[in-house]
Design a protein around this ligand. Structure first.
Ligand code: CU
Length: 281
């Protein structure tokens, strides 16, 4: 009787403990789905772990000095109960995981949907190379960024990811994003950022000597700010291609305004390439 009560108490304590670990507000729909699934699985796993451990330690403590141990008798009702309970738990884990894994904000596809341009969605073409990134905005005009992605809050964003040379991986943990960049193939992931801010991104597939320099920044801004940023980038690109002196100034100031400073601490990948070339020569 006392054993039963302590098991119940432990289960209750476990339930309280797991309920107190609410996940923090997510920064994107993708991170939200993943954090929620993680919490759900934790609600199941923590009580099971605690109940198992309590029963184990209680049994060891109670029967350790038993002089004439008796073998356990068959208990059909108990066996059916734990078989059914396990099946229910596995079914819950399977359904909960599948609904998240199959969600468009978590899984990848092989192409940007045709209506992306006409809808409110933003498309960013991501190309990884040894060792850096090129980010193109095909629907926003002719400009490319190298260390910074700017996206609007509360709008669907498609990242169309590929690689120019070897395997890389595009990862922004705080937004719940991770996708391999594979040469000659494109994988599309999508998310909707829900909180403005600056999020660190990097390559998570070891791709050579300057792999650790493949940093970039994802900045989520309100819609209006996004419009003026794309306008600035278009202007800067146009000025640069026409090659006049004022163009240089414009692109320099836009670089500072859009957070170029944060990535300035990371030496550019070209420096490393040059260094390697000079060494091998
Ligand atoms: Cu890489």
């Amino acid at each position: 009787m006392r054993g039963k009560r302590s098991v119940l108490l432990a289960a209750l304590a476990a339930a309280v403990l797991t309920l107190s670990v609410e996940p923090v507000a997510a920064q994107s729909t993708t991170a939200n789905l993943i954090n929620d699934l993680n919490a759900k699985l934790l609600y199941v796993a923590v009580p099971i772990t605690l109940v198992t451990e309590v029963v184990l330690f209680y049994t060891v403590w109670k029967y350790a000095k038993s002089d004439a141990p008796k073998p356990t008798k068959e208990n059909r009702r108990l066996e059916i109960t734990w078989t059914v309970a396990t099946a229910i738990i596995l079914l819950f884990v399977g359904v909960a995981s599948y609904t998240v894994l199959a969600n468009p904000a978590v899984t990848h596809t092989t192409g940007v949907p045709d209506d992306a341009a006409s809808s409110d969605a933003v498309v960013v073409d991501v190309e990884a190379y040894q060792w850096g990134w090129r980010f193109d905005y095909p629907n926003e005009g002719n400009f490319t960024t190298e260390t910074e992605i700017v996206v609007p809050e509360d709008r669907t964003v498609y990242f169309n990811i590929t690689s120019a040379d070897v395997l890389h991986s595009f990862a922004v943990p705080e937004l719940g994003l991770k996708q391999d960049a594979v040469p000659e193939r494109s994988f599309v992931i999508q998310t909707t950022p829900t909180q403005t801010g600056s999020y660190q991104g990097y390559c998570t597939e070891f791709c050579g000597v300057a792999h650790s320099q493949m940093y970039f920044n994802v900045t989520v801004v309100p819609g209006q700010e996004y419009q003026s940023w794309t306008e600035e980038q278009r202007q800067a690109a146009a000025n640069e291609s026409s090659g006049n002196a004022s163009g240089g100034n414009a692109s320099a100031s836009s670089g500072n305004a859009s957070g170029g400073n944060t990535s300035a601490s990371v030496p550019p990948a070209e420096d490393v390439s040059a260094l390697l070339a000079s060494r091998s020569a």
